[in-house]
Write a protein that binds this ligand. Structure first.
Ligand code: SF4
Ligand code: SF4
Length: 310
């Protein structure tokens, strides 16, 4: 087990039990199988936070597009005090995961990272004073989970392999880093604009909507990607997800991760100026029309009153 360094420490799910920090070669005495007396107990009060690759795997498993998946299977929460959006798996009114069935998890081959790790978890953390993040692990020993009474002993590294979680961590890691950086630079950078929060949500979670955005004329006019790159983003969810991480860095931290077309920004500002001017003219015309109608109405009222007195 690890020494007592000072770390930012957040659980990927709610638990009243204080977790213990672990490293890759620490041992875990645990086994979950159909014969345990607590079978499905953990999924009966599920609190599962989702990362981008979790959603891609689940929506592909269910044959849904991401927008439909989010609507049916997730609930929002806030990842930090600035309102950076997070998502959790939706449960029924009793707190049970909608994917739980008597025989176990109905999406088992594509279950999310938090489910794969339980009763351990992953933490992307930055030691105070250090520049880069490190991966650490935690163990939560909850009374209802009888898997801890089983005899199987394996290291966290072996457990990660057994649960197929390495691929998830590899693909989600850049996203965890963005959140960590956003949290640590939050007070200096300040609250992100509503538009950048919407961009974060779309690129993190609603990948099919994000695809439509990336393939739109206005995006293509703005960003200088090759035809091959656009083709790949059109057909490959994972490449699109990684591209989304680059765009988030551009939007949140001003890192120039995606080349903009020469003069595109100025052109966009000019187009925007023209649109705003057009809107202003429409508003003025509407205002004048309303005033004219009001003037006519009051003249008509006046002449009716006048004729009534005659
Ligand atoms: S996705 Fe599967 S493993 Fe995860 S909480 Fe739901 S039923 Fe349990
Ligand atoms: S042993 Fe733990 S992880 Fe397995 S079903 Fe029971 S509560 Fe869930």
């Amino acid at each position: 087990m690890s020494d007592d360094k000072s770390f930012e420490f957040e659980l990927p799910y709610d638990s009243p039990v204080m977790p213990v920090r672990l490293e890759l070669d620490d041992e875990l005495k645990f086994r979950c199988h159909r014969g345990v007396s607590c079978w499905n107990e953990c999924c009966s009060h599920a609190d599962v936070t989702l990362a981008p690759y979790d959603i891609i795997r689940l929506k592909q498993h269910l044959g849904m597009d991401s927008t439909e998946f989010l609507k049916k299977h997730t609930v929002p929460f806030e990842l930090d005090a600035h309102g950076v959006p997070g998502l959790k798996l939706r449960t029924n009114d009793d707190g049970a995961c909608l994917f739980m069935q008597e025989e176990g998890c109905s999406v088992y081959s594509d279950r999310p990272t938090a489910c794969r790790y339980y009763p351990s978890g992953v933490l992307s953390m930055k030691a105070l004073g250090e520049a880069s993040d490190e991966m650490h692990f935690l163990l939560v020993r909850e009374d209802h989970c009888k898997g801890h009474d089983e005899d199987q002993l394996q290291t966290i590294a072996e457990y990660r392999k057994e649960q197929g979680v390495e691929e998830y961590d590899d693909l989600n890691r850049e996203w965890y880093q963005i959140i960590l950086k956003k949290k640590s630079t939050g007070p200096t950078v300040g609250k992100p604009s509503e538009m950048s929060l919407q961009m974060f949500f779309m690129a993190s979670y609603d990948i099919d909507r994000f695809r439509r955005f990336v393939m739109s004329d206005s995006f293509i006019k703005m960003y200088d990607l090759t035809d091959e790159e656009y083709e790949q983003l059109e057909k490959d969810d994972i490449e699109l997800m990684k591209f989304g991480f680059r765009l988030m860095k551009q939007v949140f931290f001003g890192e120039l991760t995606i080349k903009e077309r020469e003069g595109a920004w100025e052109k966009r500002v000019e187009e925007r100026r023209e649109i705003l001017e057009y809107r202003r003219q429409v508003e003025i015309a509407e205002h004048q029309k309303k005033q004219e109608e009001a003037r006519k109405a009051s003249l008509e009222d006046g002449s009716e009153e006048g004729s009534a007195t005659h």
